[in-house]
Ligand binder design. Structure first.
Ligand SMILES: *Cc1c(COP(=O)(O)O)cnc(C)c1O
Length: 391
């Protein structure tokens, strides 16, 4: 029971995506894990039950997703939550007042807000550093540092962290390394294999992949931490509903084929954008011009489906004009669904980041971010080309 992975040794990623954690239903033989939409379970006699007592603690559909995600990340234990931020919240609840967290300085906006405006009030301390430089990360470690929290690549600047290098430095100091792997997914990057202790996901994005649910997950092989997380998942109660778990399980079955197509399309569009005179810069780890291209090749098996670019002179006006001209790309927050989206981070996902902070890392007012979907790439390229005509 629970979110322990039944790792089938030797089986490939796609096989695990389809099968891990999912046995035919013992009562009916149903091939698809049923949606156990129930809050409680009948007991045959006082205290005599089948291992399931109450829906917050036990749900077979959620357990199947937890086993599936653990197997995909190559970890022993998976835990699912009501959102990506609920997963982060529960993870930070393993810390105590006075503990210190070192975090990347270009995190998902909601993660930064949670650290800065919620957990600081509970006495946690945070240092935000440029996680591109392992030495700078190490210098931020102090006697009370318990956790390093990074995203790689970051959003929307596409900066990378060398996971093996920071994990080695963190291990010497007994610091727990957490990697938000939402952008890359385990199909392309598996942080636990590079030395991290915890992988975090917004399941909302690529893992579910169809823009129709909100969810989060944590995966770890650390037994002590897993014990704490199992306790907190139940004690704090930020659990997902069974329907959302069922949808996400359907999503992960096709993760490998979707990621292949997302990436193929993104590589084509990144090269196309880089060749356009109306584009000032393209940020995509798969381009040889990306300053950390070699690291991207080394620590991941691909470059993902997200592209940032700076149209025209980088002004707000240029960004507004181009983003308003797309026909196929919908203007929306979020990412990782089968449909292509365009986002203007400065006014949407990163509106709470001060302008000077943005500009200091090259995050121009007009920067646009594409979540490249799985449509026909010719149609996507034509849409990008006509949108660029506005600058
Ligand atoms: C969306 C996102 C989150 C937050 O996840 P929710 O499911 O929206 O709570 C965290 N990290 C990254 C990288 C994200 O893209």
């Amino acid at each position: 029971m629970g979110g322990e992975s039944s790792l089938t040794p030797g089986s490939g990623f796609s096989t695990r995506a389809v099968h891990a954690g999912q046995e035919p239903d013992p009562t009916t033989g149903a091939v698809v894990v049923p949606l156990y939409q129930t809050s409680t379970y009948a007991q045959e006699a006082l205290g005599k039950h089948k291992g399931y007592e109450y829906g917050r603690t036990h749900n077979p559909t959620r357990f199947a997703l937890e086993r599936n995600l653990a197997a995909l990340e190559g970890g022993r234990h998976g835990f699912c939550f009501a959102s990506g931020l609920a997963a982060t919240t529960t993870l930070l609840q393993t810390l105590s007042a006075g503990d210190h967290v070192v975090a990347g300085n270009n995190l998902y906006g909601g993660t930064y807000r949670l650290f800065d405006r919620v957990f600081k009030r509970f006495g946690l301390e945070f240092s935000f550093v440029s996680a591109q430089d392992p030495d700078q990360v190490e210098r931020a470690f102090g006697p009370r540092t318990r956790m390093l929290f990074v995203e790689t690549p970051t959003n929307p600047m596409m900066q990378l962290t060398d996971l093996a290098a920071v994990s080695e430095r963190a291990r010497r100091r007994n610091v727990c390394v957490v990697v938000d792997n939402t952008f890359m997914t385990p199909y392309l990057q598996r942080p636990l294999e590079l030395g991290a202790q915890v992988v975090l996901h917004s399941v909302t994005k690529y893992l579910n992949g169809h823009s129709d649910m909100i969810g989060g997950a944590l995966v770890t092989s650390d037994e002590r931490l897993a014990e704490q997380l199992r306790f907190l998942q139940n004690a704090a109660g930020a659990v997902p509903g069974p329907m959302d778990c069922w949808l996400a399980l359907r999503g992960t079955k096709t993760l490998a084929v979707r990621m292949q197509r997302h990436e193929e399309n993104a590589r084509t569009l990144a090269r196309f954008l880089a060749a356009q005179p109306q584009v000032k810069a393209v940020l995509y780890p798969g381009l040889e011009s990306h300053p950390q291209h070699e690291l991207a090749r080394r620590q991941a098996s691909g470059f993902g489906g997200m592209i940032s670019f700076i149209p025209g002179d980088g002004s707000l006006e240029a960004g507004r004009r181009v983003s308003g001209r797309f026909r196929l790309f919908a203007r929306a927050e979020s990412l990782g669904g089968v449909e292509s989206l365009v986002c203007h981070p400065a006014s949407m996902t990163h509106a709470s980041v001060p302008r000077e902070d943005r500009l200091s890392i090259g995050f121009a007012d007009g920067l646009l971010r594409l979540s490249v979907g799985i449509e026909d790439v010719e149609d996507l390229r034509a849409d990008v080309a006509q949108a660029l005509q506005s600058v």
